[in-house]
Write a protein that binds this ligand. Structure first.
Ligand SMILES: O=C(O)c1cc(=O)[nH]c(=O)n1[C@@H]1O[C@H](COP(=O)(O)O)[C@@H](O)[C@H]1O
Length: 243
């Protein structure tokens, strides 16, 4: 990839904060070529759908990351409500919620979007959190190694008719081999060489993750914690463009 705007369009910036004014300001400063903004549990618990709509005013697609994991009826209701109130580009559930739950989420997103005459959000499923390694999986009784569990849940997600998954960059090759080129791979746990790892365990640099075949990178603290977030985004875009 040689074009920095094309590189930027693959990046969702995770804005994890309770500060609404800061989130809206940051979204406005990250430039129109950015792929989108991800808002999750911290922000939405503080500001709800009205806060999401406020940040969306900057014009970016919104990835609503609330990682639903509950019985099918409850998740369907949450997806319907979120689709109508937040109009996200993409939202997620946990694949470990199982087949009936994922199908309910998929159908709820489609019916709510149809009712409101808006574009259906992409519905994707989190496989194995990027903060977990093989030892962590053993401790919660999930059959590792992480890559095997990711592929298992990716296949299940695809069988349920969802649009893609969240996984770490380390599993991209295995998931592509199992699920093909059109299944969307959304990849957090991204750490430029100049940033701190923090609580992420299965990490990769932005350039390597794009080279491996990620559709979208989710990057939070390396951007939001930088002294100059717009500068950090430009640096990341240049690294991806060089990939
Ligand atoms: O679904 C997610 O977005 C997600 C899944 C996952 O496995 N790992 C993960 O880090 N995330 C989210 O991606 C973002 C990563 O942020 P940073 O670690 O600050 O770059 C956070 O907002 C997480 O909630």
């Amino acid at each position: 990839m040689t074009d920095t705007n094309a590189a930027l369009s693959r990046v969702f910036c995770a804005i994890d904060t309770t500060d609404l004014a800061h989130a809206a300001d940051l979204a406005g400063r990250l430039g129109p070529s950015l792929g989108g903004i991800k808002l999750g549990l911290e922000f939405v618990n503080a500001h709800g759908p009205a806060g999401v709509r406020r940040v969306a005013e900057a014009g970016h697609p919104i990835f609503l990351d609330l990682k639903y994991h509950d019985i099918p009826n409850t998740v369907a209701g949450a997806v319907r409500a979120a689709t109508s109130s937040c109009r996200p580009f993409m939202l997620n559930v946990h694949a470990s919620g199982g087949k009936a739950m994922m199908i309910a989420a998929r159908d709820a997103a489609a019916s709510a979007a149809h009712k409101d005459a808006v574009r259906k959000p992409l519905v994707i499923a989190v496989t194995v959190l990027t903060s977990l390694d093989d030892t962590d999986l053993d401790a919660v009784g999930q059959q590792g190694p992480a890559a095997d569990q990711v592929v298992r849940l990716a296949r299940l997600t695809q069988d349920c008719g969802l649009d893609g998954i969240v996984c770490s960059a380390r599993e991209i090759a295995a998931v592509r081999a199992a699920c093909g080129p059109d299944f969307k791979l959304i990849v957090p746990g991204i750490r430029p060489a100049w940033s701190e790892t923090g609580d992420q365990k299965r990490i990769m640099t932005p350039a390597d993750a794009i080279r491996a075949g990620a559709d979208y990178l989710v990057i939070g603290r390396p951007i939001t914690g930088a002294p100059d977030p717009a500068g950090a985004v430009a640096r990341i875009a240049a690294e991806i463009a060089g990939a």
